[in-house]
Design a protein around this ligand. Sequence first.
Ligand code: P6P
Length: 344
Amino acid sequence: MVDEHLSVGPAGPTFHGQTLEQHLLAMQRKASGATGDFTGLFQQLSLAAKIIASQVSKAGLANILGLTGQVNVQGEEVQKLDIFANNTIVRCVQQGGHVCVMGSEEIAEPIPVPPQYPKGKYVLQFDPLDGSGNIDINASIGTIFSIHRRKTAGNGPGTLEDCLQPGDDIVAAGYVIYGSSNMFVYSAGEGVHGFTFDPAIGEFFLSHENLRIPKRGDCYSVNEGNRHKWEDGVQRWADWIKKPDGERKAYKLRYIGAMVADFHRTLLRGGIFAYPADRKNTSGKLRLLYEASPLAFVCEQAGGAASDGARRIMEIQPTELHQRTPLYIGSPEDVADAVRFVGG
Ligand code: P6P
């Protein structure tokens, strides 16, 4: 007879808890007609995240600090790690047969799947290394991704039309934060789940199941250095939020300068992250398809809200691959307050 204390029980989580892969497989088993495409794509994203995390953790040593001297489609100086992260994601995903086209902050046009690889039913868009200005100062950075189903018929190469889809049609989205620990946070429409990386084992383990954002926080996150460029409504919001108002205490300000890190803190503790439009950047700085939309999807899945100041981010129908949007994202009551000032 097997000694009961030795029996490991039904196949399931490891001693560390459920891995990202086990979580996805469990979700796949619940999804009728699942083909494994979705799980396969996430396995490739997880591999890419591990590879990028490995390089980020030793950026100072691996001679990949600093600038390449190149300028990306955004007109921004490209850090070597940006290119590495972009190429890592493309190489991990393109041969898997799960996507028909990709879009990246680093690349001007949609990225085709090479002809020798099968085309899949998904569209992957990503910011390979968000906040890359933080690389050289060892502050948190991240990867953001969103997944849509292809819109165009057939199983040939995907097109720009497949990329230009609103947040409301996102199938899954998430981010990886490379910080004091590395986390993979995602939602596939059934809540938001966070997985913390154990470098000793090389796996992401479930650490934050079914994350929910507080209805209201006590912190706002915006680059106050841009105040002089903001429209009046934004200035009035920023002035109001830092003062007590009735039962609401004055909010504290936290700003890391990498949206993934500022959003992750907002998701866990509540409050609001904002990158408003200003007189110079009339559409704001942040990109809709691979920054604002995916994080808006995650935020709404966690009970939060995301607006451009007038409408839900998720409703915006993209017209360009790299179009920008103002962004107010976080606790629903905090976003509603901001929209009251900005939208009005
Ligand atoms: P600023 C990083 O470059 C980024 O795209 C976001 O991750 C971040 O929130 C924002 O820009 C920071 O911009 O103008 O405050 O330095």
